[in-house]
Design a protein around this ligand. Structure first.
Ligand SMILES: *[C@@H]1O[C@H](CO)[C@@H](O)[C@H](O)[C@H]1NC(C)=O
Ligand SMILES: *[C@@H]1O[C@H](CO)[C@@H](O)[C@H](O)[C@H]1NC(C)=O
Ligand SMILES: *[C@@H]1O[C@H](CO)[C@@H](O)[C@H](O)[C@H]1NC(C)=O
Length: 370
């Protein structure tokens, strides 16, 4: 008897089983999915920008002031200021790409912002601080930020600022505590940065992130000016001096400054300056001792250079008084003739920007203030 030949289907099945077994023996148990690798360096090889910098050594406190009999009773932030007053070099953590200032810049918007003020920055990016051309004049935007005092918070916020820098290229950040009494440091470091990295910007708007700036009107105003002559305008403040009451935000004890008078200065909410004046201020800032209130310090720098600040009626850093009881102070008809108003909530900024962007805001007589 012949052995029956295996049927073709059976041999096929057998072959498949053997093949499957072979395959299985080679397949290793499923591994944990590999963590998604951040592909940052590959994707953006030129970021952060190139320059190899030698970071300054951490600045040591000057303890000699601590032996002064008045020192111990001063508020913490004032003591902090005195101990670190001489420190002026801080590592630059982030700066925009060199392309920011590669093309001519007519108006550089340099806006002081604290690390956590993400919402304010986002609104400004979409409203008055949008990078654009106004009647042919290019506007560029920069946020000036320090670092959070709390190290854990700083790590988180630095990550946020890194994301913002990537998405918008508008973050200029240094490694110092972002505090009210360090605003002068921010101002001085910005002037220094601008002197070397963006010296050809014709004009600068320096201000806070809680103002409404009518950047179109600013261009109109500035287009008649010469960037190589002195210009420093804003809300002019004169004949005032240091506040000596310790609970005030602006308290300046005699240990910081014994002078009872401030030179004329412009309110720090927002002011305009030419590149000529920016260079002069940057020079003065290197020779004068740092004064903790940033706008007053700029008044001191102007005086040191033999220059004076000027008043512009369209800059209202002390808030606005509606011109008549029939106009609410939020009326776009009122704002369409102003340059800058302090202070706005983010949603108000969006509303005002939208109202002013309507093709015709129907207003009666326009009380132009510039
Ligand atoms: C430290 O402070 C004293 C006075 O408080 C001053 O004379 C000295 O120059 C300061 N030193 C530095 C390095 O700033
Ligand atoms: C300013 O920043 C420096 C560096 O982070 C810090 O040592 C100093 O305490 C800060 N000063 C104030 C007044 O916050
Ligand atoms: C600024 O302008 C001058 C000439 O006007 C030019 O020589 C210089 O390269 C410019 N600097 C920058 C940083 O663009």
């Amino acid at each position: 008897m012949r052995l029956p030949r295996p049927r073709p289907e059976v041999s096929l099945l057998l072959a498949m089983v053997v093949f499957a077994l072979l395959l299985l023996s080679r397949v290793s148990p499923p591994a944990c999915p590999a963590p998604e690798r951040s592909s940052e360096p590959q994707e953006v090889p030129t970021w952060p920008p190139d320059p190899p910098r030698a970071d300054p050594a951490p600045c040591q406190a000057n303890l000699s002031v601590a032996s002064h009999p008045d020192f111990a009773a001063l508020p913490t932030h004032v003591r902090d200021f005195l101990l670190y007053r001489h420190c002026r070099d801080f590592p630059l953590l982030r700066e925009p790409r060199a392309t920011k200032c590669a093309q001519p810049v007519f108006l550089l918007l340099a806006i002081k912002s604290s690390p956590a003020n993400y919402g304010r920055r986002q609104v400004l990016r979409n409203t008055w601080a949008r990078e654009r051309q106004v009647r042919g004049a290019p506007l560029r935007r920069l946020f000036l930020v320090g670092s959070d005092r709390d190290p854990l918070q700083a790590r988180k916020l630095n990550r946020l600022l890194e994301l913002e820098a990537r998405a918008h290229g508008d973050i200029l950040q240094w490694d110092f505590h972002d505090s009210f009494f360090n605003l002068t440091l921010k101002q001085v470091l910005f002037l220094e940065w601008q002197r070397t990295r963006c010296p050809n910007a014709s004009f600068v708007l320096n201000g806070d992130d809680d103002v409404f700036a009518h950047t179109d009107n600013m261009v109109t105003y500035l287009q008649d000016r010469d960037p190589d002559r002195h210009l420093f305008v804003g809300h002019l403040i004169q004949n005032v001096g240091p506040i000596r009451v310790p609970w005030s935000k602006y308290f300046v004890p005699t240990l910081v400054s014994a002078d009872e008078h401030y030179p004329p200065y412009c309110g720090g909410g927002g002011f305009l300056l030419s590149r000529f004046t920016a260079a002069a201020l940057s020079h003065a800032a290197r020779v004068l001792p740092v004064f903790p209130i940033d706008d007053v310090f700029l008044g001191m720098c102007l005086r040191q250079q033999g220059l004076a600040p000027a008043s512009h009626n369209g800059v209202r850093t002390a808030g606005v008084q509606a011109p008549s009881p029939r106009l609410s102070s939020f009326d776009p008809c009122f704002y369409q003739s102003l340059l800058l108003v302090h202070r706005f909530l983010p949603y108000e900024t969006l509303l005002m920007w939208d109202a002013l962007s309507q093709p015709q805001v129907a207003c009666g007589k326009k009380g132009r203030v510039y």
